[in-house]
Design a protein around this ligand. Structure first.
Ligand SMILES: NC(=O)c1ccc[n+]([C@@H]2O[C@H](COP(=O)([O-])OP(=O)(O)OC[C@H]3O[C@@H](n4cnc5c(N)ncnc54)[C@H](O)[C@@H]3O)[C@@H](O)[C@H]2O)c1
Ligand SMILES: CCCCC[C@H](O)/C=C/[C@H]1C=CC(=O)[C@@H]1CCCCCCC(=O)O
Length: 266
């Protein structure tokens, strides 16, 4: 049995936006290592299809689907509670749900940043030693848009910067407060998921829709990753106990690697 299999076997994970794309790839990777997974997603039909796939691939008892809009604080709180009630514990949370919408940009902030903060705090309530729990790991999903900003997605870019800043700060708080919880962030470049289709839609891109060809040029230039490599990177952030406050970048050019920051000057 590999180290990852030992580290993940029997562990319970909650993955937001887990019904498709990167989130589903994360769920499959964790189930492959005999973890249990709660798939939390807004989309009921896609979520139920995902559940069927996971049942077929990993057995009916290994996962549950919880329909939940992460921007609804009470629903998200209930999703965490249902996960713990069903599986008896929570060890891992992946705050992955995200959208790309510059027209209704307040919604983008709600999903991509506010709900990641809420999801992190809810996960800490169920995992942190400050709440008498046994510890765990949280992974928040940002983007390479936080390193190569996108003039076509100013608000999306801002949310992804925010996810990095919040995660690095709360990871330090977790260490200083002996929460027993490691908190890391992953920053993928373009990934082959439904989200990329949003660049074609004026309802998503708003006034920046006229820039869509430029985004496509960037996709041609930088390449498009398979969701499975993001799942591989997130699995490393979960199982490598040396990682807390880590900022993982995943690109076609350099694969899985880490961003390093200048040490704080005295
Ligand atoms: N695809 C990319 O190129 C790319 C690159 C970098 C980062 N990301 C980030 O990865 C994460 C996952 O994106 P993806 O590419 O898999 O997209 P996707 O659209 O394929 O999947 C996102 C999932 O999140 C769900 N979701 C959206 N809003 C929700 C809400 N309010 N409540 C609950 N679930 C909700 C959707 O129903 C969907 O199942 C996002 O945070 C995204 O910003 C994506
Ligand atoms: C389009 C709708 C969904 C957005 C998904 C994703 O979050 C977007 C990231 C890109 C946005 C602008 C960029 O250039 C970002 C990609 C930068 C890639 C940099 C790679 C650099 C390298 O390979 O060295």
């Amino acid at each position: 049995m590999t180290f990852e299999e030992m580290a993940l076997r029997g562990k319970v994970a909650l993955v937001t936006g887990g019904a498709q794309g990167i989130g589903k790839a994360v769920a499959e990777a964790l189930l492959q290592k005999e973890a249990k997974v709660a798939v939390v997603d807004l989309n009921q039909s896609v979520g139920e299809e995902c559940k069927k796939d996971l049942d077929q691939g990993f057995g009916e008892g290994s996962s549950i689907f919880i329909e939940c809009d992460v921007t609804d604080g009470e629903k998200l709180k209930d999703a965490f509670k249902s996960t713990v009630n069903h599986f008896g514990r929570l060890d891992i949370a992946v705050n992955n749900a995200g959208i790309n919408n510059e027209k209704y940009w307040e919604k983008t902030i709600d999903v991509n940043l506010t709900s990641v903060v809420k999801g992190t705090y809810l996960a800490l309530e169920h995992m942190s030693k400050e709440h008498g729990k046994e510890g765990g790991v949280i992974v928040n999903v940002s983007s390479m848009a936080a390193f190569l900003h996108s003039p076509h997605q100013p608000v999306y870019t801002a949310t992804k910067y925010g996810v990095i800043g919040f995660t690095r700060a709360i990871a330090d708080a977790a260490a200083m407060g002996n929460y027993g919880v490691r908190i890391n962030v992953v920053c993928p470049a373009f990934v082959d998921t439904t989200l990329l289709q949003s660049i074609e839609l004026e309802d998503n891109m708003g006034k920046y829709h006229k820039f869509k060809d430029e985004i496509k040029q960037r996709m041609d230039k930088f390449g498009v990753l398979d969701p499975s490599i993001i799942a591989e990177g997130i699995q490393t952030l979960i199982t490598d106990e040396s990682l807390n406050g880590a900022v993982m970048k995943i690109t076609c050019s350099k694969g899985i690697h880490f961003h390093t920051y200048e040490p704080l000057s005295a």
